[in-house]
Design a protein around this ligand. Sequence first.
Ligand SMILES: *[C@@H]1O[C@H](CO)[C@@H](O)[C@H](O)[C@H]1NC(C)=O
Ligand SMILES: *[C@@H]1O[C@H](CO)[C@@H](O)[C@H](O)[C@H]1NC(C)=O
Ligand SMILES: *[C@@H]1O[C@H](CO)[C@@H](O)[C@H](O)[C@H]1NC(C)=O
Ligand SMILES: [Cu+2]
Length: 243
Amino acid sequence: MHRSIVISTILAFAALVAAQNQTIQLVVGGEASTQGGIFQFIPPSITASEGSVVTFQFAGNPGNHSITQSSFSSPCQPLTGGFDSGFVFIPQGTETFPTFELTITNGSQPIWFYCKQLSPAPHCQAGMVGAINAPTSGNTFDLFQQAATHSTGTPGQNVGGLVGVGASASAPPGPLTGSGVEGFGNPTGASAASVASATSSASTTPSSPVSSPSTSPSTSSSGMVEANGLVMMLAALLGVTLA
Ligand SMILES: *[C@@H]1O[C@H](CO)[C@@H](O)[C@H](O)[C@H]1NC(C)=O
Ligand SMILES: *[C@@H]1O[C@H](CO)[C@@H](O)[C@H](O)[C@H]1NC(C)=O
Ligand SMILES: *[C@@H]1O[C@H](CO)[C@@H](O)[C@H](O)[C@H]1NC(C)=O
Ligand SMILES: [Cu+2]
């Protein structure tokens, strides 16, 4: 009884901490044997509170994908002022994967993105799109993905920036050190200062939905949320409590 109260208090506290600055992992590209195939972000739709870091891992191998911001209404075209990772080529058998880290600068802004690769067929029209903080009704992720698969014309190839609308990276994908791992058209040029000002201007605006633990269920259900040090802290606290 006493013990279970202590444990649930710790878990409630942990949920609050986790809802604030999360690190969320998302995989770019699958393999032929992966359920859903090569042309996907896994998971494709996540929630992430303002200040959280979404780490895109280019783990699909072989793969040659991008993470390019678009809009709900034009899923396969780059958003003006949007972020872009550029392409990252991953040869088959690569074992350590480069990442692209996006910090959420506006927690109330739905963020839509696609892969702009055209080879061997346009990935966007194959459904390789994703969303962060998509509405659960109205402009949902499912409708966005349907619009992508039904879109006509060539997916846009313009190179975006590191700073996007509602989310920003401070560095292009990296490290590109594995054998044969290469970047193509990766964005450069966003200064640390412009990222910082994007972040601080966003954080001066009160954003309602960020601090409730209920904003993070879809990420927790994917099992991919890691809150820094949280697991170790929990383990330590539980160890002390149960001793
Ligand atoms: C947590 O997020 C806030 C923005 O919501 C940011 O200002 C702060 O630097 C972040 N803290 C860490 C440790 O990343
Ligand atoms: C990866 O894709 C880019 C863009 O289509 C292309 O320029 C590049 O040659 C591709 N890299 C490899 C190794 O196939
Ligand atoms: C955050 O996004 C919302 C929804 O698009 C927008 O109304 C608001 O102006 C944005 N806030 C900032 C600081 O850009
Ligand atoms: Cu792709």
